[in-house]
Every structure is written in C-alpha cells, then in structure tokens.
Design a protein around this ligand. Sequence first.
Ligand code: GDP
Length: 447
Amino acid sequence: MFGTLSERLSGILSGLTRRGSLTEEDVNAALREVRRALLEADVALEVVRSFTDKVRERAVGAEVLKSVTPGQQVIKIVNDVLIDTLGGEGEVIGFDAVPPVPILMVGLQGSGKTTSTAKIAKRLTERNKKKVLMASLDTRRPAAMEQLAILGTQVGVQTLPIVAGQSAVQIARRAVEAARLGGYDVVMLDTAGRVTLDDTLMEEVAQVKAATSPHEVLLVADALTGQDAVNTARAFDARVGLTGIVLTRMDGDSRGGAALSMRAVTGKPIKLVGTGEKVDELDDFHPSRVANRILGMGDIVSLVEKAAQTVDADKAQALAQRLAKGNFDLDDLRMQLQQMEKMGGFGGVMGLLPGMAQMKNQLAAAKVDDKMIARQVAIINSMTPAERRNPDLLKNSRKKRIAAGSGTSPEAINKLLKMHRGMADMMKAMKKQKGGMLGKLGGMFGL
Ligand code: GDP
C-alpha cells in the first residue's frame, strides 16, 4: 500500500530540500509532478486538484519561500494538507448510547463485510469489554450466515440463531430484541451484499436501517478497487446515509487512491482499516500516521514543528541582525547552542537555525555532539559578560577560572574558542558575499 506513491512523493519533495532557495516556479514544477503522482495512484481528479491548489496557496506565500529552509517548509505544508485530505483528527466507531447499540454493516459482496463485522465484534469484546451479539441478515446466502457463525465461534462472540424463512428486517428486529433481553451492549447487523449496486439491495438496507435506528452505519469497501470503492460509498451514503467507512485490504498493493479520496469525496471518515484476513488484522485509521507513511518524511515534519514551537522569533531576529553586521560573539554562540539543546540535539536541527547550516562543518570539525553542547554552554556560562563579548580577554588565568567554574579544562575552553573563531570568520566571509546566506536570514521568521 502506498509504495509507489510514497516513493514518488518523497523523491519529488526531497528534491526541494536539496536547494538552498526556492522560487514560485520551483514549487509549481514540483506540484505538477505531485499531481501526476496522485493521479497515477488513482486519486480522484477533484481531490488531486484541491490538494495541489491548497498546497500552492500556502506554499508560495512570501514567508515560506524566503525562509532559510523553504524545501522543509513545503514538505510540512504537503504533510498538513495530506492529513486534512485524509480526515484531520481521525475518528473511531461510536457505541456510546443506550444499549443495545445497533451497528449496521453494509457493502458489496466480497468487500470483506462479514470478516470486518467479526473483527469489530472481537475488538469491542476484548478491548472495550462490551457484550456483543452478531446477526447475519443475508437471507439469500445461507453460506454467509454460516460464515458469520463460524467467525463468531472463532472470536468468542455470540451470533443470533438462524431461523429459516425470515426477512432481513425481521431478523434485524429479532436481533435487537434478543440483544435487549440478553443484556448485550452492542448488536452488529451484517447486511446482505450484492456483486453490484442495485435497488433491491439499497431498499433492503434502507428498511433495516429504518427498523433499527443504528448508531453507526459502516460501509465496508475494498481498497483494491480504488475509485470504485469511493463511488460505492457515495451511492450508499446518498441512499441510506453512512457514518463511516471500513477500508479493507489495506495490506494489498492498492495504489492508495481509495484511502486518499474517500474522505474528500464522500465527506465520511475512514474509521477502521482491514490489514489482513485474520480476525485481529484491524487498525484504527490515523490520518497523521498514514500521511507519515505516504510521505516517509516524518523526521522533517516533526523538526519543522519543533522549530516552530521552540525558536524564539524575537531572539532569532536579533541574532540575524547581528550576524548581518558581521557580529558573532560568545553570547550568540551560546544562544545557538541552547536553541539546539531545546530542539532535542544536534542531529537534524542544523538547517533550521539561522546560520547553522553553514556552521555545520565548523561544528563537525570541533566534534560537537549532544553531550558537548551542554558542556559548551556551561563553559560560556562561567564567563563574565565582558569576556563573552570579547573573547580576546581570555588569557590563561581567566581560562583556569572558567575551567574550574564549568568543571572542564583549559583545553576544552581553547577548543570552544577555536570553534567560535572559525564561525565568526565564516560570518564575516559570508557578509562579504553579496546576496549570500546572510541576506536571507530575515526570512527565517517564516518558520
Ligand atoms: P463479504 O462478502 O463482504 O462478507 O466478504 P468476506 O468477509 O467474506 O471477505 C471476503 C474475503 O476477503 C475473505 O477471504 C476474507 O478473508 C478477505 N478479507 C477481508 N478483509 C480483508 C483484509 O483486510 N485484507 C485481506 N487481505 N483480506 C481480507
């Protein structure tokens, strides 16, 4: 699932992160490729269109393109729009009502309806400690009734005894009554499926719904059928009204179109997904996790989020201005180091702080790692404000004092000073480069 789509999207987007600056045309070119990838994944045209429009609208804003990490910002936007398209927060099935709570399962034959009914019953029994009764309303296929009974035994859930000659509505009423008398919390009604959508099927489902007032009406749809699954959902929703979707065969190699289009086209949430034939292969549908699986860029997304939360825009701006003038003292270095600490360390944060991407080699040469960051900050903390502003004051006696104060050694202080000097020199060199990095630092606040 999502394999090809995921590869395509991450290829397109990581191309963006490799560039230091982005123009509107770069974003548009990338979005044309995203559009093609989504269409090839069988995502509905209207969904593709609104998806790329939304990304473009948010991404070509001045702050994003001018930020120091435009590619990462665009990835975050794609991720957010993807989550919205998939359904935002994610919803679970509800059973919070006066018992017995009826849950109606509808869908085409072969979609995995009966299997999903048993999977949900098992989950409600085991996870939610509910007493569940299942009933098959498939009067035309005795085999379907048998199948539900067998699954019931397998998952330890009661099924309604089969009485020959009853209509679907009669069985449904009997099931609700039996559930009431038997003190059940939930009664799951597995309606009959047909190979294709037809009026008789819809009419029967509508009658069962009218007779039982179900709390949930869940359509079971096969992800492998792509757009057809979405059209089926639309038809069922128009005729009987749905509360959610169970998307099955997410373990198969569907291109992803059904999962991506379902919510946007039908307005109904995917509540659960089937991930295999076994009775416990059922998962909640978490849009953010699915988006992460599709993009495969969770690291970048969480980094951008973290930076947005932790980078103090005022401080960053003040720093950017000082850097633009070619000033970079030990106070500035301390701020950079502290910012990195706050963001959880050295690893991937480099590109997110002003000037940091460019300092990477300097830091690497000085072998700064996460533990070292704390030590470096401690050293700077042990200096006087005058020393921080003017490191040239730091002669041997002062170094000894600072080493004692920070629990380090004069060598460690020399190392820090050497790193700082390298950075400061680089800042000066960058200032001389017209239109270089420093000119762009103001854009940082697009974070
Ligand atoms: P129904 O006709 O809609 O009730 O469909 P069934 O529940 O009988 O399922 C049809 C077939 O699909 C069975 O072989 C199930 O084991 C299989 N199936 C159901 N859900 C899934 C799923 O999520 N993944 C896979 N791989 N197979 C599934």
